[in-house]
Design a protein around this ligand. Structure first.
Ligand SMILES: C[S@@+](CC[C@H](N)C(=O)[O-])C[C@H]1O[C@@H](n2cnc3c(N)ncnc32)[C@H](O)[C@@H]1O
Length: 310
């Protein structure tokens, strides 16, 4: 554990001018001491969910009651800082041998909230040409995306995870068309008022594959990350224009920070592991963000030089 108040790890300005803060900290402590009441409009996160994943220093294999009590305390911390009409998007997956576990975790974490939507994040899917219909233009059956195969004659490969969308009362209006999909038959757009932007609601099944990588350790150096497109869709769905601050208490290698930077949304991220935060910072720099902490010493140096020359 990283004791004490949040330790600033990086302070960046994203390519669209939004402030991105990454702190090395225990999430529960940091939420309690580093954020004021009702200051966060959207939380998008994937907490550790006690599956024995190797995250560096963190023990991801605790007795279940202890873990569920901990995640309940996380929910209480978020309850304090989330705005009245805020959204909590909680990404959880389960092992093939225990498919009910994500629901137990979600129930404990979201005890103080109303479950407004359940989104299915599909990482891989097989589509038969015959089922896709002629408009899809497939010339053969396809299987797309990636998943971790299980070696079993009992369990199916886990090709999806959940995103549980919690709000305070279950009544938060969403910008469904911000992540809408184009009508296949354009005449439908005129038929429904909701088709104004030429798109319809995407629904609650999101196919977002991991990009194909060659060297896992270098290209995705985290055992349980999600692609930036997942938090990006969550933030857009909540409504980018009304997000003053987005939070990921378990930011890992930074996909939610990248999503916020791309959308011009202010962001706060925490993680215990400095190594992951370094990766997050590097990924943000690749997105065109500037690290204000890193540039400070140079600026101070330059100011000092100018003074001595004056
Ligand atoms: C499921 S991963 C999140 C991965 C992240 N969404 C990504 O795509 O890179 C959980 C993360 O929580 C971090 N973590 C575990 N316990 C923590 C705690 N108490 N406070 C802050 N971070 C913690 C781990 O280091 C790990 O990076």
């Amino acid at each position: 554990m990283v004791p004490g108040p949040p330790k600033p790890f990086a302070r960046l300005v994203g390519p669209r001018g939004s402030a991105i803060a990454l702190d090395q900290a225990d999430a529960l402590d940091a939420i309690a001491t580093g954020l004021s009441e009702r200051s966060v409009d959207a939380v998008v996160t994937s907490p550790p969910y006690n599956l024995g994943v190797r995250y560096g220093g963190y023990d991801d294999d605790r007795p279940r009651p202890e873990f569920l009590a901990w995640i309940g305390r996380l929910g209480a911390g978020i309850d304090r800082v989330l705005a009245d009409d805020g959204s909590l998007f909680l990404n959880l997956g389960g092992p093939p041998s225990d498919p009910g576990w994500p629901w137990e975790v979600a129930r404990a974490a979201g005890e103080r909230f109303v479950l407004q939507n359940v989104i299915h994040w599909v990482k891989s899917i097989a589509i038969a040409r015959a089922h896709a219909g002629r408009d899809a233009g497939l010339d053969r059956d396809i299987a797309v995306g990636h998943y971790k195969p299980v070696n079993s004659d009992r369990y199916l490969n886990a090709a999806h995870e959940y995103v549980f969308h919690f709000t305070r009362r279950g009544d938060v209006a969403l910008d469904r068309l911000a992540i809408g999909v184009a009508y296949q038959d354009k005449s439908n757009a005129a038929r429904w008022a909701s088709g104004e932007r030429g798109v319809r609601c995407r629904g609650n099944v999101w196919f977002l594959p991991y990009p194909t990588i060659r060297r896992r350790a270098k290209d995705r150096p985290h055992p349980a990350s999600f692609p930036p497109e997942l938090p990006e869709q969550c933030l857009k769905l909540h409504g980018v224009g009304r997000i003053r601050l987005a939070l990921d208490p378990f930011v890992g290698i930074g996909p939610s920070a990248i999503a916020a930077a791309r959308l011009g949304v202010a962001f706060q991220g925490y993680d215990l592991e400095g190594e992951y935060l370094s990766e997050a910072r590097a990924a943000l720099l690749r997105e065109g963000a500037k690290d204000m902490l890193a540039s400070q010493p140079k600026a101070a140096l330059a100011a000092g030089t100018q003074r001595s020359e004056a």
